[in-house]
Design a protein around this ligand. Structure first.
Ligand code: ADP
Length: 456
């Protein structure tokens, strides 16, 4: 008896979309064994045709068996077939099955390529593990972190895969309990990099007594060195600001209490203490002003640049600082031509003012400070050259950090906030330029603001 389309389909079930999904889940490994079986069956089938009826019925069984199993992986037969189906029906179905397999193979290849591209493009390291801790998948970033890892590798006790006791312990935990794990790891090495490890178990329902079962785990490893450095900088900054404010605040409080508590202070003492209070509150005001300036420079914003005459900026600053130069007994000179850059005049004026004030503050009486506006190719160069105390080389790399001071006591004496050079640096960078420093201890220092787009 042969079964035709619409006949008894129980023997070779037409396959549902669920079956197709199962086929997709089998992934790139599925078609290999099927291809082998099909090749054998088709070869046998051809041979069977040559060697008579008995052989044909045996091979017909084999071919029908292959098609029946094909149903389980998603192939839907057009005709209902079994071992008694006529050779032409079996042949047509095997042929269709071959074409279907090729299409499946191509699709899974395409999916594999897409997955590889995604994994290669990720900045995170990815490792996919089966429930026994065997590596199914690992990308290059993860391999950079754990060079030994390769697909198929398995930790003997599920606790030696990463060759890192902490990672292995977390993995064993995640697989056994079905709970996500996270840890920050410091990699030894010259750069001291930090990595964040996430282990996310893949749930597979509940086992006995409601215990979570896992179908494996996804391990994600992220480089968090920069993030940690930024967090540390923020913490240091808050600590520094608190400390900087605390000192003048304590003084103000002390003098104010003395003024209140002491009844027999003479007018000169009252004037002296009030003067201290004024000086300390000015220090705090300067600190708040510089903090706001920095916050403004760092905030993402869009203020249009306009043509700025650097000669004018320099003239304004020199004029404003003349009284301070006179007070310090330092000659302040200007060499400015006509030169323009695209920029924000208020920011450039404040940056130059910081440089000139520093130059005057760190140059002993009798010395000289020159402000020079010049040009080198397309770049404008705004220079402040002093004959002051200079800065020794070991301080230069950190000089533009917030609150970095060469001599804390001297900076306090000059009323500095420790933020002036940080403001200069941010201003230069905000204009697409940079700031350079050149110094010889005991001879003097030159700060140069280099700004692009010079004209005129
Ligand atoms: P401050 O408010 O303390 O001057 P800055 O950020 O402006 O802070 O400068 C940082 C440090 O750099 C100063 O404390 C000082 O030690 C040093 N410095 C800046 N400019 C000069 C200069 N022209 N000559 C010598 N040292 C300088």
């Amino acid at each position: 008896m042969s079964l035709r389309q619409g006949g008894d389909r129980r023997r070779v079930p037409a396959v549902s979309s669920q079956g197709a999904r199962a086929g997709r889940r089998l992934g790139p490994w599925m078609p290999l064994w099927v291809l082998v079986v099909v090749a054998a069956a088709v070869g046998g089938w051809a041979a069977g045709r040559r060697s008579g009826r008995r052989a044909r019925s045996a091979l017909g069984r084999a071919a029908a068996g292959v098609l029946a199993r094909a149903g389980a992986i998603g192939f839907s037969a057009a005709s209902a077939v079994d071992e008694f189906a006529p050779p032409d029906v079996l042949e047509v179905e095997l042929d269709r099955f071959g074409t279907w397999l090729q299409a499946q193979w191509r699709r899974s290849e395409e999916e594999r390529r897409r997955l590889s591209a995604v994994l290669a493009g990720l900045t995170e390291g990815i490792v996919l593990l089966d429930p026994h801790g065997r590596v199914l998948l690992v990308n290059d970033v993860a391999r950079g972190f754990w060079p030994r890892l390769a697909p198929g590798l398995q930790g003997r006790h599920q606790v030696e895969l990463f060759q890192d006791a902490r990672c292995d312990r977390l993995l064993a935990h995640a697989l056994a309990r079905g709970e996500a794990q996270q840890a920050d790891l410091e990699r030894p090495g010259p750069k001291g990099r930090w990595w964040r490890l996430h282990i996310v178990p893949i749930p597979a329902g509940e086992g006995e007594a409601g215990a979570a079962l896992t179908a494996g785990a996804l391990v994600i490893v992220q480089d968090i060195t920069e993030q940690r450095a930024t967090e540390q900088m923020r913490r240091d900054f808050v600590a520094n600001v608190s400390h900087e404010l605390q000192t003048p605040l304590t003084s103000v409080r002390g003098y104010a209490e003395t003024l209140l508590d002491e009844d027999d202070l003479d007018p000169a003492e009252i004037r002296r203490f009030s003067g201290y209070i004024l000086k300390e509150s000015e220090r705090m005001a300067a600190l708040v002003r510089d903090l706001l300036a920095l916050a403004q420079l760092e905030a993402p914003r869009w203020v249009p640049a306009e043509p700025v005459s650097l000669g004018e900026v320099a003239r304004d600053v020199v004029a404003a600082q003349m009284p301070f130069a006179a007070e310090r007994g330092v000659a302040l000179e200007l060499e400015a031509g006509t030169l323009q850059v695209p920029g924000r005049p208020d920011e450039l004026r404040r940056a130059l003012e910081n440089l000139v004030r520093n130059a005057l503050a760190y140059t002993p009486g009798g010395g000289r400070v020159r402000v020079r506006v010049g040009r080198l190719g397309p770049e404008a160069r705004l220079q402040v050259i002093d004959t002051g105390i200079g800065i020794s080389a070991e301080h230069l790399p950190r000089l533009f950090e917030r609150f970095y001071r060469v001599d804390r006591g001297r900076s306090r004496e000059t009323g500095g906030t420790g933020l002036g050079l940080a403001i200069v640096k941010h201003t230069a960078e905000g204009h697409g330029g940079r700031v350079e420093v050149d110094s010889v201890p005991g001879e003097g220092t030159t700060f140069t603001l280099v700004l692009p787009g010079a004209s005129g």
